[in-house]
Design a protein around this ligand. Structure first.
Ligand SMILES: C[S@@+](CC[C@H](N)C(=O)[O-])C[C@H]1O[C@@H](n2cnc3c(N)ncnc32)[C@H](O)[C@@H]1O
Length: 232
């Protein structure tokens, strides 16, 4: 994926203030790994293009499963009805450092635009405008915020995510005051009343002082146990 054209086009979207230099390729790999099809990003820019590229690469493989040795694969994955992948980005493009306004052109240059739906608006009060046909979301990626935002997102956007394995990713909670408070609230909810509802882990980039962590939450409320193998 890191061919010269991709690097050249994406470079223009990189904003050092937003610190997603490691996270963007990590998101690419994560999406190749867990194969979400419906993604919502709150706060777009550099990461958006890596997400679009991962959706496109996943879809190529899904459509052409002839190259895949199905005896080693989960046939249910390849037998499911085709459901077009989409990244919805919500960004009001008002931040002085934003590169969200460049996503559309970059996606066109890389022929990734069929996977993009850009909503240029405020994310406060907008959750109900995500088309019902795009729900439930497989992945919600939150790259913006203060405690107020996190609470709004938790109340209004978390319910859009699939309760059977859907993922929420949140940037930079661990060493930020608002973020750390929100993380404690998530942990408290999990420890008291939502133990069976989600799994939670945060990864820290120890070499950085800000924009330096990724929190991952996976909803398990409606997840059924599936066993594919018994032997090691
Ligand atoms: C941290 S940046 C996103 C960085 C991006 N993911 C990247 O990798 O470059 C946060 C973004 O959220 C947007 N934003 C901030 N407040 C917003 C709001 N209330 N509604 C919609 N977008 C908002 C900003 O315009 C900015 O582009």
């Amino acid at each position: 994926m890191l061919d010269e054209k991709f690097l050249k086009v994406t470079k223009k979207l990189f904003s050092p203030t937003f610190g997603t230099e490691n996270l963007a390729p990590y998101l690419y790999s994560l999406i190749r790994l867990i194969r979400p099809r419906k993604i919502l990003e709150l706060g777009g820019g550099y990461t958006s293009i890596f997400i679009l590229k991962a959706l496109s690469d996943n879809e190529l493989l899904f459509k052409d499963s002839s190259s895949v040795d199905l005896s080693l694969q989960n046939e249910h994955y390849f037998n499911q009805t085709f459901n077009p992948s989409k990244l919805h980005v919500i960004d009001n493009c008002k931040d002085g450092y934003t590169t969200a306004n460049l996503i559309f052109d970059a996606s066109k240059k890389l022929k990734l635009d069929p996977f993009l739906e850009f909503h240029e608006t405020d994310y406060f009060g907008y959750a109900e405008n995500i088309p019902k046909s795009e729900l439930p979301l497989d992945l919600l990626w939150i790259d913006c915020g203060s405690l107020n935002t996190y609470h709004h997102v938790m109340r209004n956007y978390f319910p859009l995510v699939n309760r059977a394995g859907g993922i929420v990713l949140i940037h930079s909670l661990i060493t930020n005051l608002h973020g750390a408070l929100f993380l404690k609230q998530l942990k408290l909810a999990q420890a008291t009343k939502e133990f069976n509802d989600f799994e939670l882990i945060s990864l820290l980039e120890p070499h950085k002082k800000r924009q330096n962590s990724l929190t991952m939450l996976r909803f398990t409320t409606n997840e059924l146990t599936t066993i594919h193998s018994t032997l090691p």
